[in-house]
Design a protein around this ligand. Sequence first.
Ligand code: FDA
Length: 531
Amino acid sequence: MQISGSFLTFSLFLAFILISRASSAHNKNDFLECLNLQFQKSNSESDSIYTPQNASYSSVLQSTIRNLRPASNSGQRPFVIITPEHESQIQAAIYCSKKYGIQLKVRSGGHDFEGLSYISETPFVIVDMRNLRSISIDTEKNIAWVQTGATLGELYYTIAEKSKTLAFTAGVCPTMGIGGHFSGGGYGMMSRKHGIAADHIIDAKLIDANGQIHDRESMGEDLFWAIRGGGGTSFGIVLSFKVKLIVIPETVTVFNVTRTLDQNATQIVHRWQYVAHKIDENLLLRLFLRSISSSNGKRTIGAFFTSLYLGPVDDLLPIMQEKFPELGLVKEDCTEMPWIESTVFFAGFRGQSLDVLLNRTQVSGYFKGKSDYVKQPIPEYGLKSIWKFLNEEDVYRAELQFSPYGGIIDDISESEIPFPHRLGNIFMIEYIVVWSEEENAYSQRHVNWIRSLYSFMARYVSKSPREAYFNYRDLDIGMNKIEGNTSYKQASVWGFKYFNNNFRRLVHIKNKVDPTNFFRNEQSIPPVSLW
Ligand code: FDA
């Protein structure tokens, strides 16, 4: 009997698939057995292990999925979720993952734009930090130790419980996890005065790829440098960060004023680009741009100037009148409050009790985000073209956030920590488009829209590299191959955009601390020796 070449190829291919599936199932069972054994050895309860057979598996998985888009596109769900109560359980997970070649992902708050903490193309397990979230504050030394499973809201709340004049500089959304947010940067409403979260990390506890627990001293200055903006995932699992708290006045002032096109929004936004990065560093004038319905039912652009001033309104008004009279800010637009209430205000919960900061329930939705850095003001005709793009999407679906830089950000060297976006940046743009479950069938339309706006914006933003903010993760700018070796060339495509020249040092450190690339994802630093 003659067997054709193509039939033979097909049979071999089928056999390969069946063998891989069988060995993958085998590895999964071995992994679970290993994990249970390790848990028994350390007298750990196995009720922090969830498999799809467990009734709570889905709710544990879903509860901190902020962006449903990546989850809806990916075929794989974790075959185990571990919610450690003790660090020895993380060591057990690392040991068994290594032994059976299983990918391990770590999740803190689940806000990754591309869902890299909860999706993968290969069989994987999640170490979910939700139960490791203690926070201790020392008001005499102005420091805090915070475990990475805590949320930003919990940190802000706990600081305010202890002091009216201490605070921390980090992002706006209270459900973000400390683990991802601090290790990738952490820009917020006080960043012009106090820098980003990662600038204030003074110590950390981390478990490395060998399961060893380190503090700053034992991990060494290289690794300690890397996890302050270079992303935790590439280097280990960060258990906790020690941070320096900042001193703030008892009263701060907030405002959120809107200008539409018939109120000269284009000219005011244009002017904002010359003012916002140079104005008094106690003032952060953040700008949100959306297409909205005006009172006559027509579409217009809403420019929302959402701002924080670290001081009383009577100090703020003369600054605004001198430096930015075009906005026409008046006292009635402003509200004085303690800093902690301002965190509730900026999170969109104005008037609600501070307890809202402790609410870990996520508002999930579908979205795609991207980012850019602007070094020269965008001309008025450029802004008008952006308005056209915004008007192509439905009202309120798409948003551009302009976050001003300058202030202390300019004074910190580009290589102080891996986050390199310092002097010379006027502002950062976040592009975002959101949609609902029912519209998910048309998700590609929205993704195409944001990609075409991004492509148009190339002429107005940073070049060579076109910089991007690591915490606004965007797989469009490049990704690693997960199976096999990640090449330096492949990773350079996205690496220089996030980290500029710090990328090389990150690669060097990765090569030293995790040469087998145990901690890896689609945008982790590859361990390639460059020297
Ligand atoms: P998640 O758990 O998804 O982790 C993100 C990444 O970090 C993953 O790769 C994960 O594996 C890794 N990781 C998590 N915990 C780790 C640990 N303990 N050790 C090692 N690696 C760990 N940013 C900003 O600067 N300012 C802002 O105001 C905002 N606002 C904002 C609002 C909303 C609604 C979203 C969705 C996002 C933001 N961000 C932001 C971006 C945010 O900083 C970014 O998504 C962070 O990575 C979120 O950290 P999580 O721990 O929540 O994410």
